[in-house]
Design a protein around this ligand. Structure first.
Ligand code: ATR
Length: 265
């Protein structure tokens, strides 16, 4: 059957997953190329993930993986790309020569969105607030883009220290008394926004051109972005563009063509 006539089965494994925008995003991308795909949401608890994945994936073209499975999916795959290995997390699964690969497009999706907004990371001093999986997923891409410093600030200092040590670069450190503020870019990567909360921010972290970016989007991004504006940030962005960016890069892995990203919200 011609590739363009074949129906491609894709999906997203997560828990919870029902509010995901990924089906609409990928249908929009597929329409740009006349590709026929179905994209289903698969809610699997961590205990259910291995059996559900093994049953579903053999007839699928690939899948995305989201919280809380990005690390737990790794032992279920044959290979990981270098960037997935660096992040210790996978968000995109694909087949190559009958074997399953895991990649991670989150960090490069963020870079893609920043570039689309005219923001270039080379030479920037970056503060990341939060030290969970979201932070781990973006650090390799930020380093690759040539940021000069990344400081990680987190409620649990131990977790921030562990993460900084994991990257073992001179350019990644835990934010402390010697913080290199002000920063060029402040990224919010905790889950606090989903509780309507913002981390505390200091005015001296901001200079007139400091950009504030929340990896969450919609209402969950608002507390941090409002706090950043109160501290003087003139350029604030939520993570909707990153969501589209990581999806566009996943689509390119599956179909060999990079879709145009048109933000609809
Ligand atoms: P994910 O993998 O999605 O990033 P996670 O690993 O649970 O999720 O990490 C969530 C991040 O949000 C962590 O940095 C967490 O801080 P701790 O490492 O100290 O737990 C942070 N976080 C969540 N709720 C928070 C709160 N109420 N105040 C401060 N930090 C919070």
């Amino acid at each position: 059957m011609a590739e363009s006539l074949k129906q491609h089965q894709l999906g997203l494994f997560g828990h919870p997953v029902k509010h995901s925008q990924s089906p609409q995003i990928h249908q929009g991308f597929a329409a740009q190329f006349g590709i026929d795909l179905t994209y289903v949401l698969i809610d699997a608890s961590p205990a259910e993930l291995p059996s559900q994945f093994k049953v579903w994936i053999p007839t699928a073209h690939g899948c995305n993986v989201t919280v809380p499975h990005k690390t737990h999916i790794m032992p279920l795959l044959d290979h990981h790309t270098e960037r997935a290995h660096q992040c210790q997390a996978v968000n995109t699964v694909f087949w190559r020569d009958g074997e399953l690969w895991g990649d991670n497009t989150d960090g490069d999706g963020l870079v893609l969105d920043l570039q689309a907004k005219g923001i270039h990371l080379s030479g920037m001093k970056v503060l990341i607030i939060g030290a969970g999986g979201a932070t781990q997923g973006i650090i390799p891409s930020l380093l690759e883009q040539g940021v000069t410093d990344i400081e990680i600030q987190n409620r649990s200092h131990d977790k921030a220290n562990q993460l900084a040590a994991q990257f073992n670069y001179d350019r990644v450190a835990t934010a402390g008394p010697k913080m290199h503020s002000p920063y060029d870019l402040i990224i919010h990567a905790t889950s606090m926004g989903h509780q309507g909360l913002s981390p505390e921010l200091k005015e001296h972290w901001f200079h007139p051109n400091t950009i504030a970016y929340d990896l969450s989007y919609g209402n969950a991004a608002q507390p941090f972005l409002a706090t950043a504006q109160a501290c003087g940030a003139q350029q604030v962005h939520d993570g909707l563009g990153m969501l589209y960016g990581q999806a566009a890069l996943a689509f390119e892995i599956w179909f060999g063509q990079r879709p145009a990203v048109i933000l609809t919200q």
